[in-house]
Design a protein around this ligand. Structure first.
Ligand SMILES: NC(=O)c1ccc[n+]([C@@H]2O[C@H](COP(=O)([O-])OP(=O)(O)OC[C@H]3O[C@@H](n4cnc5c(N)ncnc54)[C@H](O)[C@@H]3O)[C@@H](O)[C@H]2O)c1
Length: 429
């Protein structure tokens, strides 16, 4: 099938490449000329394991084309995916200007009947607004489908090739069947529903995951107060099949391009509908407080204040296996540390380039031991697997003060303490 994917960000690029890999002819379109030029030469604009090889293979096979020529891509394709960003607007709601711009572009260049698929995360009812734009600007027939994306950065290729579900929200049975056929090779369960339900499934999924994170972080604070260990609590809790173990890891809270934005968007959307989503507002508040809670532990370790202290942050990206810095907890925490007078050093396996402009007062290192040498404390923010191999006995010899602040409960406290450190996790004795 001939497919256009408009927007080659984390979602569009991965989805487009995976559609090409399953035998379709795919045009990946973006307005960013440099991005398209680089992609045409096999240069991937962000770090995503496995993506570069897949792009190279499919460009070589001529199944994947990168272009800024949206007219060509639209005219050649039966199915057109909209995968542009839906960033947060001033009031927290989802800013849909990029989606609507693409809708106008599609209408302008349509030459025959098309299926237009909303892959971007959009509030319920957006399909109708996109439909209105198309109605006004083209006489060609079209069907609109809502097909939200659930891939996770860091494992996006694996998620796209083996999704746990495909949600297809369509009013037209014919269009829905074409989309089901397009995804058939993936052998994933299909939820065929209305566009409204499809869009709600996406927001409800992210709201549920954010809720679990805030819930376990609140329990971790109680664990601190009573000397319980949140790791054991999460294990014991998660063994209940009604609860499950995933997303019950206490830490610095959620960040990234989706959970904060989609939580705010759902709160704002509910407000417009006349419903005060108090529950989700609390989830967001617990998340915002979590960095401050961690900070109280750091401050308590230095009763004379943080002025003149050097703290080394390990891990900057919003989670491991990505270089995405959007809403990364590292930025929130580091800005607070700097405002308290600390000097901050930082390292990350892949995100330094993206972190640099966000944190101009930070000194960056590629080597963790160099970053820790002469500093007053290690602050783990992103739990990259490589940090599990750190030699704490070696660090003890390099560091000025033996403090480990573990913002993800990643290290084994016994091992860290045995190397002569004071260990501070979240909800761990
Ligand atoms: N990143 C994720 O993990 C993830 C997961 C699921 C869903 N989503 C959702 O998917 C959507 C895209 O997210 P993303 O992270 O890929 O965004 P992104 O910001 O990484 O990429 C968006 C791309 O769209 C391009 N673009 C903007 N306007 C355009 C236009 N008129 N024509 C062509 N290209 C245009 C931009 O240049 C950019 O390259 C969002 O709605 C997001 O909420 C993201």
């Amino acid at each position: 099938m001939d497919i256009a994917v408009i927007g080659t960000g984390y979602v569009g690029l991965v989805a487009g490449t995976c559609f090409a890999d399953s035998g379709n002819q795919v045009y990946c379109v973006d307005v960013d000329k440099t991005k398209i030029k680089n992609l045409s030469c096999g240069i991937v604009p962000f770090y995503e394991p496995g993506l570069e090889d897949l792009i190279k293979r499919n460009t070589k096979n001529k199944r994947l084309t990168f272009t800024i020529d949206s007219a060509l891509a639209i005219q050649q394709s039966k199915v057109i995916f909209i995968a542009v960003g839906t960033p947060q607007d001033e009031d927290g709601s989802s800013d849909l200007k990029y989606v609507f711009n693409v809708a106008r572009t599609i209408a302008e260049h349509m030459n025959e009947s098309k299926i237009i698929v909303l892959k971007s995360t959009v509030p319920v009812g957006t399909h109708q607004k996109v439909s209105d734009i198309l109605q006004k600007n083209t006489s060609h027939p079209f069907a609109i489908i809502s097909n939200p994306e659930f891939l996770k950065e860091g494992s996006a290729v694996a998620d796209a090739l083996k999704p746990d579900r495909i949600v297809i929200g369509a009013e037209s049975k014919k269009a829905r069947d074409i989309l089901i056929r397009l995804h058939r090779k993936l052998k994933a369960p299909v939820v065929a529903t209305s566009p409204q339900s499809a869009q709600m499934i996406k927001y409800a999924s992210n709201a549920m995951l954010s809720t679990r994170i805030s819930f376990i972080n609140a329990i971790a604070i109680l664990c601190d107060k009573v000397g319980a260990d949140i790791k054991d609590v999460s294990s014991g809790l998660g063994l209940d099949p009604r609860v499950g173990r995933s997303f019950l890891n206490a830490g610095l809270g959620y960040g990234g391009s989706c959970f904060p934005k989609d939580t705010w968007a759902l709160i704002a959307f509910a407000k417009k509908l006349g419903y005060d989503f108090k529950f989700l507002r609390q989830v967001d508040m617990v998340n915002a407080d979590q960095v401050d809670y961690f900070l109280t532990k750091i401050k308590a370790a230095f009763p004379g204040g943080l002025k003149g202290k050097i703290l080394t942050v390990l891990g900057l990206s919003f989670k491991p296996e990505t270089d995405d810095m959007r809403q990364a907890r590292s930025v929130v925490l580091i800005k607070k540390l700097l405002s308290l007078g600390a000097s901050v050093r930082a390292t990350d396996p892949v995100a330094i380039k993206n972190a640099r402009p966000l944190l101009p007062r930070v000194k960056f290192f590629t080597d963790s031991y160099q970053a820790l040498s002469g500093s007053d404390g290690l602050v783990l923010v992103t739990e990259w697997a490589a940090y599990a191999k750190l030699d704490f006995k070696k660090i003890k010899k390099l560091i000025r003060q033996p403090y480990v602040f573990d913002g993800r409960n990643f290290f084994d406290p016994a091992k860290v303490k045995a190397a002569g450190f004071h260990y501070f996790g979240l909800g761990r004795p």
